[in-house]
Design a binder for this molecule. Structure first.
Ligand code: UTP
Length: 276
C-alpha cells in the first residue's frame, strides 16, 4: 500500500514575482485556501498520509501552515470563525509532515532526489501543488493513479491533451494505447519544440514513482536548461521496465501561470457560489 507522498516546493516561482519574493508560490490562495493545502487534501483522499516536503529557503510559511498557531487558536476559540480552520485541522489530524531542503534549485529531478531521505525504499506519490486538479464526478487524480499502481506495480504518470502550441512547456509522451485512457510509455521528451513533440499528451504534476527512480536520477545527466530532468529518469524506467500514462478524469489548472491561477480562482469561486 502506498502511504507516502512527496511535495517538491522549493522552486522560485518567478512567474509570480513580486508576490513570491518572500512567500512560496504554493502558499498563494485559490479563494481562501493555499495551493499546497489543495494538494495535501488530494493526497490524503488517496490514502497518502505520510507527507514529505522538499522545501527551499524563505519557505517557512509551508511548515507553519501545517502546524498549530496557538495565538490564533486562542483568539478565535468558541467563535464562528473556528469553522474556517476545519479543513486544515482535518489534514493535520490525519497526516504526518516531514521536511527536507533543496539548497540549490537544480530542477525537478534534483528536487525529487532530495526527497529520497523522506520517501525511502517504497513507491510514493508526487504532487506538484501548482497544478490544481478537481473532479466533480469521481475521485481526484492522485486516487486514480494509486488505483492504477495497484494494478500495474510500476511508475504511473498523469497526462492531458494540450494544444500543439503549448507542448514546449511540458514533458510529452508517446506510447502504445492499452485502452481509451491508458498508454504504455515508449518515449518521453521534456519541453519539445512543437515540430519535434512525439504527441500532444503532456505530463502534469501528479505521479506515482517506484523507488528505483532515485538511483536512476543519480545517474541521469542534466538535460534541457542544464537541469536534471525527472522526465529523462522516467523515460529510463519506461525503457528498462514499464511506465503507464493515464489520461485522468477531471480538470487541471496550471496555477504556476498567472492565467491558469486566475481561471482556477474563478472556477472554484463560482462552484462555491453555486453550492449556497
Ligand atoms: P516549476 O518550474 O513550475 O516551478 O516547477 P518554479 O521554478 O518555481 O516556477 P517559475 O517558472 O520560476 O515561475 C514545478 C514544481 O517543482 C518545484 C516547484 O516548487 C514546483 O512545485 N521545483 C522546481 C523544486 O522544488 N525545485 C526545483 O529546483 C525546481
Amino acid at each position: 500500500m502506498i502511504k507516502k507522498c512527496l511535495f517538491p516546493v522549493a522552486g522560485y516561482g518567478t512567474r509570480f514575482l513580486p508576490a513570491t519574493k518572500s512567500m512560496p508560490k504554493e502558499m498563494l490562495p485559490i479563494v481562501d485556501k493555499p495551493l499546497i493545502q489543495y494538494g495535501v487534501e488530494e493526497a490524503m483522499l488517496a490514502g497518502l498520509t505520510d507527507l514529505g516536503f522538499v522545501n527551499g529557503r524563505n519557505k517557512r510559511a509551508i511548515p507553519d501552515h501545517f502546524d498549530i498557531n496557538y495565538e490564533l487558536e486562542a483568539e478565535i476559540a468558541g467563535s464562528g470563525k473556528e469553522e474556517k480552520l476545519s479543513t486544515i485541522r482535518e489534514v493535520m489530524a490525519a497526516c504526518t509532515f516531514s521536511y527536507t531542503r533543496q539548497n540549490q534549485m537544480q530542477g525537478l529531478g534534483h528536487a525529487i532526489l532530495c526527497g529520497r531521505t523522506l520517501m525511502g525504499d517504497q513507491p510514493f506519490g508526487v504532487v506538484l501543488a501548482d497544478d490544481l486538479c478537481i473532479n466533480d464526478s469521481g475521485p481526484l487524480v492522485m486516487s486514480q493513479l494509486v488505483s492504477l499502481y495497484k494494478q500495474f506495480r510500476c511508475t504511473i504518470v498523469a497526462v492531458q491533451e494540450v494544444p500543439e502550441s503549448e507542448v514546449d512547456k511540458y514533458g510529452v509522451i508517446a506510447g502504445e494505447a492499452l485502452s481509451d485512457n491508458l498508454i504504455r510509455v515508449t518515449d518521453m521528451v521534456e519541453k519539445p519544440a512543437p515540430s519535434e513533440a512525439p504527441s500532444n499528451l503532456a505530463v502534469i504534476g501528479r505521479y506515482v514513482l517506484t523507488p528505483d527512480i532515485f538511483d536512476i536520477i543519480e545517474n541521469t545527466e542534466p538535460g534541457i536548461n542544464g537541469e536534471v530532468q525527472l522526465t529523462d529518469a522516467i523515460l529510463t524506467q519506461a525503457r528498462q521496465g514499464c511506465v503507464i500514462a493515464c489520461k485522468f478524469e477531471g480538470e487541471r489548472f496550471d496555477c504556476g501561470s498567472v492565467s491558469g491561477f486566475v481561471e482556477a480562482t474563478n472556477t472554484i469561486y463560482q462552484k462555491r457560489l453555486d453550492r449556497v
